[in-house]
Ligand binder design. Structure first.
Ligand code: TMP
Length: 205
């Protein structure tokens, strides 16, 4: 059985977490081994880098280098070995987040990110990317009730509009990889759409 790599994306507040957990449950119920992980993070080194990226002020190149360094470790230690064993890897964010946040949000050079992506991922891309698309204004209301915001969560609405445009650009560049989900619905409706997107590709038959 070959491995399956699914990433989940969206602006902060888009509500990915419960659906990732539900999908992990659905795959396990069908007898698949599941690795549920996240970026930046997923290994001790990458979790250390995550704390720096989420809390310390730095320029956009430094931020990009740190998230790609974390990704390199995460791929080598966790993602590639799990895929080689035939597991399902469910990853909360992957490199589309770098293009959306550092590329579009922070207006860092898209071509430099493409070069870093090539070096770090050596062609590895998710089989499917589920993009929870939510208007920045709705996400802001949801985040207002949330825990103490990190560096990104405390950005103004205009930042998240740019981030969303970055996701749209990535989808345009790889339309077959993306499933765009309308996240501005009830959790039940969003879950129905997530399940349909996964099943439409024959992944949860
Ligand atoms: P999370 O809160 O959904 O786990 O995501 C962590 C934050 O890090 C989120 O605000 C998005 C941001 N991020 C980047 O800026 N660049 C990246 O490459 C990744 C993976 C996340």
């Amino acid at each position: 059985m070959s491995g399956l790599f699914i990433s989940f994306e969206g602006i902060d507040g888009a509500g990915k977490s419960t659906h990732i957990a539900a999908l992990a449950h659905a795959f396990k119920a069908r007898g698949r081994a599941v690795t549920q992980t996240r970026e930046p993070g997923g290994t001790p080194l990458a979790e250390t880098l995550r704390r720096l990226v989420l809390n310390d002020p730095m320029d956009a190149l430094t931020e990009s280098l740190l998230v790609f360094a974390a990704r390199r470790d995460h791929i080598g230690q966790v993602i590639a070995p799990a895929l080689a064993k035939g597991e399902v890897v469910l990853c909360d964010r992957f490199s589309d987040a770098t293009f959306a946040y550092q590329g579009a949000g922070r207006e860092f050079d898209w071509d430099v990110l493409l070069t870093l992506e090539k070096w770090v991922q050596e062609g590895l891309q998710p089989d499917l990317t589920v993009w929870f698309d939510l208007p920045a204004s709705v996400a802001a209301v949801r985040l207002a009730d949330a825990r103490v915001p990190d560096k990104f969560e405390s950005q103004p609405g205009a930042f998240f509009e740019k981030v969303a445009s970055g996701y749209a650009r990535r989808q345009d560049q790889a339309p077959q990889r993306f499933a765009r989900i309308n996240a501005n619905q009830s959790p039940e409706e969003v879950w129905k759409d997530v399940l349909a997107a996964v099943q439409a590709r024959g992944f949860l038959a």
